[in-house]
Design a protein around this ligand. Sequence first.
Ligand SMILES: [Zn+2]
Length: 269
Amino acid sequence: MDFIDPHIHMVSRTTDDYETLARMGCVAISEPAFWAGFDRGSADGFRDYFEQLTAVEPRRAAQFGIEHHCWLCINAKEAENVSLSREVISMIPEFLDRPGVLGIGEIGLNKNTKNEATIFLEHLDLAVEHDQLILIHTPHLEDKYQGTRMILDMLCDDSRINPDRVLVDHVEEHTIGEVLDRGFWAGMTLYPVTKCTPDRAADMIERFGGERLLANSAGDWGVSKPTAIPDLIFQMRRRGYDEALIRRVVYDNPAEFFAKSGKFVQPVR
Ligand SMILES: [Zn+2]
């Protein structure tokens, strides 16, 4: 089955991963800007990173027939440095008109600090001013529930934000209900260490149905599995799910959400 991975950090993955993804049915991906495993020392470090996301990775993906899209921001971890964050945010508009840029992300919180919240709100201003979609990173483990509530409150307190143009990623059983109830799109991250397994994701699909629900691998430089979506497809087929529901979660929903940017390239098969 053709699928889209809406959240994967291919700058950290090998070219062999692109080939494997293509062989397994991946036709498009989107790559949010994120932490590189180390704190970058200057705004120029981010300029190079945005160049990589908007120019280098699309070429690498195209070799395997995969459409590459991306999101730009300074991530919540490095947002602790407010002055650096402001330099990066002021540079982002230079890149927003490039093909394949879907919006601002992945923004959010990491340790739920005041600085992170300040920079999160400044990213919302940037997204609104430039009419961009938003992709949200919610914190992991013990910080997830409180961090997700804080993020949803900040989004809902801003009357300029349309929840239908926001994807909230890394939802789990204790956060997914509120994300969907408030009208946002929700992304389940399949991950071997933290976050959720294909089995738990299938349970959430059973509970909440397929509307506004996406799945991603969040493959990055850490322990992660870029082919996690085929694992979910396998799990759903084992449970006897309708093919249309499977396709909705792994293809139709990401395509529908990305199309709101006006810049999503529908893969040609
Ligand atoms: Zn990520």
